[in-house]
Structure formats: structure tokens, C-alpha cells
Write a protein that binds this ligand. Structure first.
Ligand SMILES: *Cc1c(COP(=O)(O)O)cnc(C)c1O
Length: 493
């Protein structure tokens, strides 16, 4: 069946972009949207990691996430090198590092690559922490304490048990988000001292997550540093200062640093710079009052990426690091403080562009919208269970026909790619112009699904979650195998 079997060209609904404006850019036109190794083969197929999509799907049937391993490795290495370079001690700074925000996409293999390339790993749950610790075991050459300095634990509402585990492993970035967590950390140090696991004078290092009131980026749900929300301790109400003073006073604890994460999918640096300033001013105030100048600040993640041809190319990690380094240098000079070590926590900008979701087209339905306008509903063999972001945030994606180039007369059709779930909000790509000769069985590639794709996937309608196939230099394997119906049945009581 061909989408244009009835009419050759379709008018777009009034008020929408002209036909063609929403076509998905090819990898050569917008390389930033695609994994670094993505290209069209001579026969017109999309290829990633040296493998045409038809070959990928022979071993890993659709729907599947495809991870260009070299892409992830390259972005990880870039962040590590950039932070080291821009915060180099020779510039009067105290070094910089990047922790990969594992919630974007984490498996032991992914964590190991990040560690090998010089990043730390941020975790935000028992499961993420377990995966981070498992990856550390595979990276040798340093003792356990040195290695665990490269792990972080985040999250509001940590349990006593989670804090105790983090203290036990001596995580480098244990970021407390409430006064309860400070209490749990005191209790944990006492417990681990009694058990002989901590020395009698040994302290646990904590960071404090600040809410500075600075709002930046994206959708309301992914903007996390304005006041009226669940994360962090306010710098305005005194809550942050209370937690800080309590840590400084506790013989079990050391205030390692101050932390701020202002949001996600951010394209301009003003919010980051203001947050850096707020954090450095509080650090100065605390030092003036207590004599303790904490050695580190962490400015969180949030650098955005492009998802569709309508998005501007994202700023580079180097541009962000440079602007932060300038703020730190000038403000610390002004305040007369020694500069802190500066960390950041990119997730999306490392994991996002390196993965593509491949779907098979399962059905086509043309809906008439009046005045000659129509929309083609393209059903694929996945949906909101493998990409929750459109339903959760109204996030925009795009899609490219990946198994072939369109025919010369195909034209374009205003289309909406939808999943198979029992929700009308189950939309994969709200608006995209697809070739008029699209047929059932074609393969659609949705770029930039590497961050918050598989990691936010779920089992609604008892869908089994797709696997993540790695591709590299013509080879292929599983980063994560696909779930099976047996996996679902296995959990039944
Ligand atoms: C989500 C999150 C990140 C990563 O955000 P990205 O937008 O993926 O870079 C980093 N730090 C914290 C505390 C987060 O919650």
C-alpha cells in the first residue's frame, strides 16, 4: 500500500508549516542530529557503525535502539578533556571534571566506557548505583577508594539505607537533598566506624544540592532550580545554610562542595553563569562565617541537543566550559577566594545523539482535515513505551525513512508517527513530512533517542521493552537484550 495512492500531494492544515519544512534532515545535512558514523550507503540505505539498517535488523528485530558506540565514547572523551583543559590549574583554577549522568542511559558497558574515557558516573537510585559499582570493578589500576571517588549519588528523598551504602563506598559526590539525609549520613559514619570499616576520625564527604531560584531551559518539568519544586535546599529561605552548617559542625562529616542543577535541554549559558555565581557567593559567605572554604562546586548537567531540523545546533561542551571557567576565575578573584575544583554532570549531551530508534511501519491511515488538508497517521511497532518524552513533555522528534531513498516522484505528506498503545497521546513524532511513497514494512529511524529513551521505557500494555544494539566498525551486539514475554511472566507471584 502506498500513502499517495489516492492523491499525489496533500495540503497541510491551516496554520501549520509549509510542506517540506518538517522533513527530517539527512545525516550529511545535519550531522549533529545523528550518530557520528551515520550515512547513506551507495544503495540509499541508512548505515550506522558501518552496518546498514537492514543488516542491523536481521540480528536485532525492530523496534530497537541502535547505539553507535564510537559516538558515545567520543562525546565522553570530549567532555573529560574539555573540563580538564578549561579548568587547568595553570590558568589559576583547580581543575575540572565531568560526571556522566547515568539516568540518561546506563548499563555496565556504558558506565565502563564513560570511566575509561575519564568521566565519573552520577547515579540517582539503588539500581544505577549498583551498575556504577559493577563498572568500577571492571576498571582496574586504582584502589577501591580512589575509584569510588568517581561515583556520585543524587536524588530527593534518599532512604537511610541508600545514604548508608553511599557512605560505605565513600562516593566522591554524595549530594544531599534534605536535612534528613544529613542525619542519615551522620548515623552511617557512626555505624561504619563501629564496624571498623571507617577509621575513628574518618569523615564522609557530602555535597549539598542548592535551589538558587534560577530557572533555565526546556519544559517546566525539566527545569529544576526555581523555588517551587521538590529538588534541593533553598538558598533564600535558609534551608541550604542550615544543612551546610550542620555538616560543618558534625565531626562525622566534611562539606566537600556545593551543587546546583538548573534544568535540562538548555541552549544558552546565562542560567549556568548565574547559578555558578550564586553557588560561589554562598561558598564565600560560608567561608567568611565558619572558616571552611569548600574545595569543590558542581554545576550539574543540562546542556541541550538538537532533536529535529527545526532545532539550532547545540552549543559545544567547550563553549559551556569556557564560559563557566570565566565566571569562576573572575568571581573568585573578586571575592579573594581560592578557586574550587569544578564539576559538571552532562547526561543528554553525551548519550543522546549516539542512539537511533529503528521502527517498522505497520499501518498507514490518511485523515482528512477539511479544505483539502490531510494528515497521514503512520503506525509503528513501538510507541510511548519506548519513548515517553513526547507524552511526558511534548518533546519533538523527527523520523527518516531508513531502508531506501524515496522514489523520484514520491513528494511529501504531512505525517504523524504514532505507537500501538491504548492512548491517543501515544505519539512518537507529532509532525514530520514523510515521502509520499511510504509503505508498510519501511523502516523509520528516529534520531537522538539515546538519552531518556531506553532509560524511561516501560511495559504499558505489557509491551516488552526493546533492546539496545551496539554497532561499531561493522560489528554488532547487545548492550541490553530485548525483554521477552517470559521476562514479564517470570515476575508474576
Ligand atoms: C538530570 C540530571 C543531570 C543530567 O541532565 P542532562 O540534561 O541529561 O544533562 C545532571 N545532574 C542532575 C542532578 C540531574 O538531575
Amino acid at each position: 500500500m502506498s500513502a499517495n495512492s489516492e492523491t499525489a500531494a496533500s495540503a497541510v492544515p491551516a496554520g501549520e508549516a509549509p510542506l517540506g519544512a518538517l522533513a527530517c534532515p539527512e545525516p550529511n545535512a545535519r550531522p549533529d542530529l545523528w550518530p557520528t558514523t551515520a550515512r547513506r550507503t551507495d544503495s540509499g540505505e541508512l548505515e550506522i557503525g558501518g552496518r546498514p539498517v537492514s543488516a542491523i535488523l536481521e540480528q536485532a528485530p525492530a523496534p530497537v535502539y541502535v547505539m553507535d558506540e564510537a559516538d558515545f565514547r567520543g562525546r565522553a572523551a570530549t567532555w573529560a578533556a574539555t573540563m580538564a583543559e578549561e579548568f587547568w590549574e595553570g590558568y589559576g583554577l583547580k581543575g575540572g571534571s565531568a560526571f556522566y549522568a547515568g539516568k540518561a542511559f546506563l548499563t555496565t558497558r556504558v558506565a565502563r566506557i564513560a570511566l575509561e574515557e575519564g568521566l565519573g558516573i552520577d547515579t540517582a537510585s539503588r539500581g544505577e548505583l549498583a551498575v556504577g559499582l559493577a563498572a568500577l570493578e571492571e576498571v582496574d589500576g586504582e584502589d577501591a577508594t580512589v575509584r569510588a571517588a568517581r561515583l556520585g549519588l543524587h536524588g530527593n528523598g534518599k532512604t537511610e539505607d541508600e545514604v548508608s551504602t553511599a557512605v560505605y563506598h565513600r562516593l566522591g559526590h554524595l549530594v544531599v537533598d534534605s536535612s534528613e539525609e544529613v542525619g542519615y549520613a551522620v548515623a552511617a559514619v557512626r555505624r561504619w566506624r563501629e564496624a571498623g570499616h571507617y577509621g575513628p576520625q574518618e569523615q564522609a564527604g557530602l555535597m549539598v544540592r542548592l535551589t538558587t531560584g534560577i530557572h533555565a531551559g526546556g519544559h517546566e518539568f525539566i527545569s529544576t532550580a526555581h523555588e517551587d519544586q521538590k529538588f534541593g535546599l533553598s538558598t533564600h529561605t535558609g534551608a541550604a545554610r542550615q544543612a551546610i552548617d550542620r555538616i560543618i559542625d558534625a565531626p562525622e562529616l566534611e562539606l566537600r562542595g556545593l551543587h546546583s542543577h538548573i534544568g535540562s535541554q538548555i541552549a544558552d549559558f546565562a542560567g549556568f553563569e548565574q547559578a555558578a555565581e550564586a553557588v560561589l557567593r554562598l561558598r564565600h559567605e560560608v567561608a567568611a562565617d565558619t572558616g571552611w572554604l569548600c574545595p569543590e562546586i558542581d554545576l550539574g548537567g543540562g546542556l541541550g541537543i538538537a532533536y529535529t531540523g527545526a532545532d539550532e545546533p547545540a552549543p559545544s561542551p567547550a563553549a559551556l566550559a569556557r564560559s563557566l571557567a570565566a565566571v569562576v576565575r573572575s568571581l573568585c578573584t573578586e571575592l579573594g577566594d581560592e578557586a574550587p575544583h569544578v564539576s559538571v554532570e552532562p547526561g543528554r549531551s553525551i548519550a543522546g545523539p549516539g542512539q537511533v530508534t529503528l521502527y517498522r511501519v505497520t499501518g498507514l491511515k490518511r485523515v482528512e482535515l477539511g479544505e483539502g488538508a490531510s494528515r497521514l497517521y503512520v503506525s509503528v511497532d513501538g510507541g510511548m513505551s519506548d519513548n515517553l518524552r513526547p507524552a511526558l513533555y511534548g518533546a519533538a522528534y523527527t523520523a527518516l525513512v531508513a531502508n531506501r531513498l524515496p522514489g523520484p516522484e514520491a513528494g511529501l505528506v504531512r505525517s504523524r508517527v504514532v505507537g500501538k498503545h491504548c492512548e491517543s497521546g501515544d505519539i512518537v513524532v507529532r509532525d514530520v513530512d514523510l515521502p509520499g511513497d511510504l509503505t508498510v514494512g519501511d523502516i523509520l529511524a528516529v534520531p537522538a533517542t539515546g538519552a531518556y529513551g531506553r532509560s524511561m521505557s516501560m511495559n504499558y500494555n505489557l509491551f516488552t521493552r526493546p533492546g539496545v544494539a551496539w554497532v561499531h566498525e561493522g560489528g554488532q551486539g547487545w548492550v541490553l537484550r530485548p525483554e521477552t514475554v517470559e521476562d514479564l511472566l517470570r515476575l508474576e507471584g
